[in-house]
Design a protein around this ligand. Structure first.
Ligand SMILES: [Zn+2]
Length: 160
């Protein structure tokens, strides 16, 4: 038997340590939470993606009474960015969330498995690393690559 370990490097930053560009993305993600449609979970998620042309595209979670028909903020933002700007690479995605109290979560929000799968393919499609910023009021987690979020993942090579 052989074993291998997988480690993920996360830079934990205070909001005060972010660059102006990073702050702009955090603010866009936070702002997007106010456009969430989440009457069932009362959990409002916003995502903001920075494209290589400097444009920021946002998305929010869109729920449905048939629960699986809804979609997460991350995929809303990425799919919209990819459909509106198919030739531009997604450089960074930032995610923020407000819980049922209406306040932003203290602990950084993390993407679900389905979104991680989509983020990996979006990163590959762009041909370079896509940065991940996960916002919480106590800390911001910064991760250099979407691949880090879903190790040993399914990819297109299995389809060949
Ligand atoms: Zn998701």
């Amino acid at each position: 038997m052989k074993d291998f370990d997988i480690t993920v490097h996360v830079s934990v930053k205070d909001v005060n340590e972010l660059t102006d560009e990073e702050l702009r993305l955090v603010d866009a993600a936070k702002d997007a939470t106010f456009r969430s449609y989440s009457p069932y979970s009362k959990f409002s998620v916003g995502a903001a993606v920075l494209l290589d042309n400097g444009v920021i595209v946002t998305g929010s979670n869109q729920e449905n009474c048939a629960y699986p028909s809804g979609i997460c903020a991350e995929r809303t933002a990425v799919f919209y960015a990819n459909s509106r700007y198919p030739d531009n690479r997604v450089s960074v995605i930032c995610i923020a969330a407000r819980d049922s109290s209406g306040g932003f979560t203290a602990v950084p929000i993390t993407p679900c498995g389905s979104c991680r799968q989509v983020l990996i393919e979006t990163e590959k499609r762009g041909g370079g690393n896509m940065g991940i910023m996960l916002y919480g009021t106590d800390a911001v987690y910064c991760i250099e690559s979407a691949r880090s979020l879903l190790p040993v993942s399914f990819d297109e090579t299995f389809l060949e």
